[in-house]
Design a protein around this ligand. Sequence first.
Ligand code: FES
Length: 108
Amino acid sequence: MKSAAAVTRLFVCNAQKNEVGKDVAKALKIELKKQGLKNLFSGGEKRKTRVQTCNCLDLCKHCKKGAGAALIIYPEGTVYGDVKPKDAPDIVREHLGEGQVINRLLIE
Ligand code: FES
């Protein structure tokens, strides 16, 4: 049986008026494909990465009220805010690929 832990999910808030979250999610999907990280090995474990849009994550100070979107990486629980489409390459390369948290986007 497949365990749920083998999937990394990025929940991107889509509840802003300008819907920047939609563009962030799109940019993340494109980057995952481009960098070939849709399926990756991490700590010897094969992981799949899925990008999903969702409603308000209750992080509006760093989402609805700014120029970017909030997102949560599950199951590890990293929370990023004010994320813009141009941040997608760094999130995919540094966070998902190299396991480095991106301090400039970290809000919790
Ligand atoms: S509107 Fe995005 S976290 Fe609330």
